[in-house]
Design a binder for this molecule. Structure first.
Ligand code: GLU
Length: 476
């Protein structure tokens, strides 16, 4: 149960913002300008479904236009409301600033339970919502570029871009009006898993900084670390999969809507996902122990807790019982401001949402650039790079033979070295670089200032400073 007197999500974000801004010296008025949400558009539209006219409510909130286009996902969920969309839009402003994607912050939402409608109905509803937003330039390659979020994915983005193209037949950059599209509709390799991949890269970077690992009371590398993940949606699934398959983590608990499954020896993430796909929940999964009260597993003994579902799941009522020394916020706003304070006081390290889940918008940025340049990444360089590498390999082999040294390059080395980077490799490289650089910018403030004791405040400081600089450069 959520404890009483918990602030709303938007208030929670504002409290965190205020905590950081109190440590800055911004010109009068600018602080308020950055804090407030510029505009929220609410639309109510009707769609005729099953012989009846059904009315839906949707939002698109623009938090800050210090850079345009503004960017942020559109979520389809029953709990969507103005407060939530505004909180999420604010987080997008700071997220984009922190990872240096050249966007302002925005977010959208539609109050709907997508499971109640079939594909054709969802298409009608999505196109109609998109139509309303396009009419007002709230979907537009140079002004506002949505992306997937909870309850939306490639399918919805494909409908939206098609809707935009129908309404803007001569816009040569039309495909850049949304990101997270399927590859055949202008998407980019690696976007689907980008947020989960970003969570993995964030943890890898954290574990490269051994002082930070010690600060969390942990030791060593990611290998063997016990991880509990909440939410096996797109973000949680990919994070859990990569961490277990590539970094040697043990996923000892997975929390879903209908409960949780735990296993101290480590769960098979793919097997559980398939199970959920077939049975609608985790209950009955044979290779783990079912726990009906899923939320209780947030309090399990583990090394890393990955909340990858809804906001506000760690609140004043349960924060004290959370045992994980390290929390990485794969979801947006999973820890309330009150819980943040409790966790900080007991020394829990939190890798904050605006950094931890920025992989999605980072790869969205690459997709947008790809759409504007009308060419796939790597198309010009790949074969040329391979040819140059082949030259070196040939020369080394010739030298080795001519001098009688007899060195042999291993086939594995040759395969890897000779393969030029395609789009997926470049996307991963760009994402990894982004996550490393952003961590260091945050860390510099965290470690370098006595008055900054947590990564979240450090992240806000870096982000707010960049937004402020951008406003000041504009003369605002
Ligand atoms: N919805 C994602 C987020 O919250 C991605 C946004 C985007 O790619 O624009 O960051």
């Amino acid at each position: 149960m959520q404890a009483i007197q918990e602030p709303s999500f938007r208030e929670s974000v504002e409290l965190m913002f205020n905590r950081a801004v109190a440590l800055m010296e911004l010109p009068p008025g600018l602080e308020e300008k950055i804090r407030v949400c510029n505009a929220t558009y609410t639309v109510r539209f009707g769609v005729r479904l099953r012989g009846e006219l059904k009315t839906f409510t949707g939002y698109r909130s623009v938090h800050s236009e210090h850079m345009e286009p503004v960017k942020g996902g559109i979520r389809f969920a029953t709990g969507v409301n103005q407060d939530e969309v505004e909180a999420l839009a604010a987080l997008m402003t700071f997220k984009c600033a922190l990872v240096e994607t050249p966007f302002g912050g925005s977010k959208g939402g539609l109050c709907i339970d997508p499971r109640e409608y079939d594909e054709h109905e969802m298409e009608q509803i999505t196109r109609r919502f998109a139509y309303e937003l396009i009419k007002r330039d709230l979907i537009n390659p140079s002004q506002n570029v949505p992306a997937p979020d909870m309850g939306t994915g490639e399918r919805e983005m494909a409908w939206m871009v098609d809707q935009y193209m129908r309404m803007n037949t001569t816009d040569i950059n039309a495909r850049a009006c949304v990101t997270g599209k399927p590859l055949n509709a202008g998407g980019i390799a690696g976007r689907v898993e980008a947020t989960g991949r970003g969570v993995q890269y964030a943890l890898q970077e954290f574990f490269r900084n051994i002082d930070d690992v010690h600060e969390a009371g942990l030791d060593g590398s990611l290998h063997g670390k016990r991880v509990v993940v909440q939410g096996l949606g797109n973000v949680g699934y990919h994070a859990a999969k990569f961490l277990s398959e590539e970094d040697g983590c043990k996923v000892t608990g997975i929390i879903e809507r209908d409960g949780a499954v735990v296993d101290d020896t480590g769960l098979d993430v793919d097997a559980l996902r398939n199970w959920i796909g077939r049975h609608g929940g985790v209950k009955g999964f044979p290779d783990g122990t079912y726990v009906e009260n899923g939320a209780a597993v947030l309090e399990h003994d583990c090394d890393i807790l990955v909340p990858a579902a809804l906001e506000g799941v760690i609140h004043r009522g349960n924060a004290d019982q959370v045992k994980a020394p390290l929390i990485i916020e794969a979801a947006n706003g999973p820890v309330t401001a009150g819980a943040d304070e409790i966790l900080r006081n007991k020394g829990t390290i939190i890798i904050p949402d605006m950094y931890a889940n920025a992989g999605g918008v980072t790869v969205s940025y690459f997709e947008w650039v790809k759409n504007l340049s009308h060419i796939r990444f790597g198309r010009m360089q790949r074969r040329q790079e391979e040819a140059r590498h082949q030259l070196i390999v040939d020369e080394l082999e010739r030298l080795s033979a001519d001098t009688g040294i007899g060195w042999q390059l291993t086939p594995n080395f040759k395969d890897k070295y000779l393969k030029g980077a395609g789009e997926l490799e470049l996307v991963r490289s760009g994402l990894d670089d982004t996550m490393r650089t952003a961590y260091q910018s945050m860390r510099e403030v965290w470690r370098g200032r006595d008055d900054v004791t947590d990564l979240r405040t450090a992240a806000y400081l870096v982000a707010i400073d960049r937004v402020a600089t951008s406003y000041q450069a504009k003369g605002l």
